[in-house]
Design a protein around this ligand. Structure first.
Ligand SMILES: [Zn+2]
Length: 296
């Protein structure tokens, strides 16, 4: 039996000839009617079930985890998900947070187990927190060609242009957190990106110093951004050849598949941390379900 005791987990039981963990009956779980086996540890005399070891332990609605994830990544709002699946909207929020924790772990595991990408691109997607006076910047880094999302981070930024003065009077000074958030993201990804990778970005003035600091051996190539489209998805530009296609297409997919990032929507982000959670859930869904599987 490959089950290890969760209470005395330093487990010398695995290889020994006398089994320390034995079967101990079973029970039928009320929420989904599944029969769950119970076990007993002969060493510490504790009993536990297969559910104790499950990531969904203590969840009453584990059967909605997958549908909630699919809908969150298919341009459906949280309130509409609650209506469709017939659960409370607070349950949807709870599921979002659970799925985000799982997604962040999966993203990290995949990044450390797959080959290091030698061509990556990153850019910022601008969205808002409740009002246009409180903009947010989402830095997304993707692998070139495959469009696999490697990581992302959300930062508060001050309003610019005509709204800057209005925003200051209404909401006071708003700190620009972009530098710190990019530092967090790139520190995490230093081990993921190949040592001498090519990093492609647009000509945003802050990028060169940032790349130089976190990826000193990488080659940084910048490209002039095309004029953004008047209608439709701003990230998708009508050009013959877009050298930043992978990142632009990915950002357009974020806009199309995450309800709160739609353009001209009345569904907006109220909390930046929840936006981050939603984006993480989407990133894993994007990598696992939406991208073409590599042909082996
Ligand atoms: Zn034990």
């Amino acid at each position: 039996m490959s089950v290890n005791c969760p209470y005395c987990s330093d487990s010398s039981s695995a290889g020994s000839e006398t089994r320390t963990v034995i079967r101990f009956g079973s029970f039928v779980r009320k929420s989904d009617g599944v029969r769950v086996p119970r076990y007993r540890c002969r060493r510490c005399k504790c009993s536990f079930s297969a559910a104790t070891l499950d990531v969904c332990v203590h969840q009453n609605k584990r059967q909605v985890n997958d549908p909630v994830r699919d809908l969150l990544c298919s341009n459906v709002s949280q309130r509409r998900i609650a209506k469709i699946i017939k659960i409370d909207r607070k349950t949807v929020v709870r599921k979002l947070l659970f799925l985000a924790t799982q997604a962040e772990q999966r993203l990290e595991a995949i990044n450390s187990s797959t080959a290091k990408p030698d061509k990556v691109m990153f850019d910022d997607l601008i969205t808002i927190e409740h009002t246009k006076c409180k903009p947010l910047a989402v830095t997304v880094i993707v692998q070139d060609k495959t469009r696999r999302i490697l990581g992302l981070e959300v930062a508060k930024i001050p309003a610019s242009g005509k709204l800057a003065a209005v925003a200051r009077t209404k909401y006071g000074h708003r700190k620009d957190e972009r530098r710190a958030s990019r530092a967090r993201l790139f520190t995490r990804l230093q081990a993921t990106v190949a040592e001498r990778a090519v990093i492609k970005t647009d000509q945003e003035p802050h990028y060169p110093a940032c790349v130089q600091k976190f990826f000193p051996n990488c080659e940084h190539r910048t490209y002039a951004g095309a004029k953004s489209a008047v209608v439709g998805q701003g990230e998708l530009k009508r050009k013959v050849h877009d050298p930043l296609f992978s990142i632009n297409h990915t950002l357009a997919m974020l806009r199309a598949n995450i309800n709160r990032l739609n353009r001209r929507t009345w569904c907006t982000t109220k909390r930046p941390d929840r936006l981050r959670a939603h984006l993480l859930v989407y990133a894993v869904y994007h990598n696992d379900e939406l991208l073409k599987k590599p042909v082996n």
